[in-house]
Design a protein around this ligand. Sequence first.
Ligand code: ZN
Ligand code: FE
Length: 238
Amino acid sequence: MLDVTILPILSDNYAYIFKIGETVGIVDPGEAAPIIDYLELNNLKPDYILITHHHFDHVDGIEQIKSKYNCIVIGPTAEQSKIYGIDKRVCETDTLDINGEDVQIIETAGHTMGHICYYFKNSKVLFSGDTLFAMGCGRLFEGTAKDMFHSFKKLRALPNDTTVYCGHEYTIDNAKFCLSVDGDNAALIERAKEVQTIRDNNKPTIPTTMGLEKKTNVFMRCDTAQEFKKYRDLKDNF
Ligand code: ZN
Ligand code: FE
């Protein structure tokens, strides 16, 4: 089974270390030092680095980690020219086998055009990068609201008990926004209180689940691209 460790890096990013048996991988190393410290402390040697998209806060640790451990860097074909040291390019038709786990690539244009999410099918774990956040969605730097809406539709098709690990701790602000437009949602009100308590104790609000997002994330609850755009525009000015 897949074992995931959350590593807070930079100001509000999360990088992840996963283990499947003896195989070790890193997701979105936005800086090297805290990741190398963790690996050394736990006597781990990474085999893979998985990248969701080309932004610096997800890739800046690659060079140092790769030169130290010589691990295989996997990233989106569409952004290969923007990501240091890619060894294996992947797109939606690809499935990776990581020590017996089927990893499905889900293309999620919107935040960037080539953004991908990694879905570990056997363990039902999604690394959603800057596409899906707890109660939120990534900013539209490259794609349109329609692109992002379609990306969300793909993610919505995953099982409710999918565990979701995203790229940032934006949960409190996201909860406030969702409450501002969906204030009668009892599940949302309850979750907003829960995440506030978690943050008061300085703990990550991650992971979330697809089922919880469907109940509380305004963007996950949209039925049309127009509705999605309306909320994305409101959130930009929130
Ligand atoms: Zn980003
Ligand atoms: Fe980011």
